[in-house]
Design a protein around this ligand. Structure first.
Ligand code: FES
Length: 140
């Protein structure tokens, strides 16, 4: 049997975390291939349904990552995301999903090294947790 490799969906804001991912790439930093980035204009537009749908379609972990507090290009989108993540962490166990599988981080545009490090930690932590919903497996 193959060792478990988690599938992780990361919703990243265009202005900060996506740019950090780009910087990581152009700096030739490596990070695990288990992560699929979904670029959004702001973390404030990540509807909680997107997160639940990702898990129900087989993701083992979900990351939402954007600009640092005070740096959101849409003023308060990241604060909205923070409130939604707090609520989602209360709701997810009702679906049988460990709330540690959902993470929120702030990664600025110049934080390519931090981006690569957080992606590595995220995959390692999710690998330890095992499959989110064992009957579902997302192929990424
Ligand atoms: S624009 Fe980056 S979190 Fe709002």
């Amino acid at each position: 049997m193959d060792p478990f490799e988690p599938a992780i969906i990361a919703f990243v804001c265009n202005w900060c975390t996506y740019t950090a991912a780009d910087l990581a790439g152009t700096s030739r930093l490596s990070y695990p291939k288990n992560i699929r980035l979904i670029r959004v204009m702001c973390t404030g537009m990540v509807d909680p349904q997107y997160v639940i749908k990702a898990f129900l379609e087989g993701a083992d972990g979900v990351l939402i990552s954007g600009c640092h507090p005070g740096d959101c290009h849409y003023i308060n989108g990241n604060y909205k995301a923070r409130r939604r993540v707090k609520l989602l962490k209360e709701i997810l166990p009702r679906f049988g999903i460990d709330s540690r599988r959902l993470r929120l981080t702030w990664i600025g545009a110049s934080d390519g090294i931090q981006f690569a490090g957080i992606m590595g930690d995220l995959v390692a932590q999710t690998r330890e947790l095992g499959p989110a919903l064992p009957d579902l497996k997302m192929v990424i």
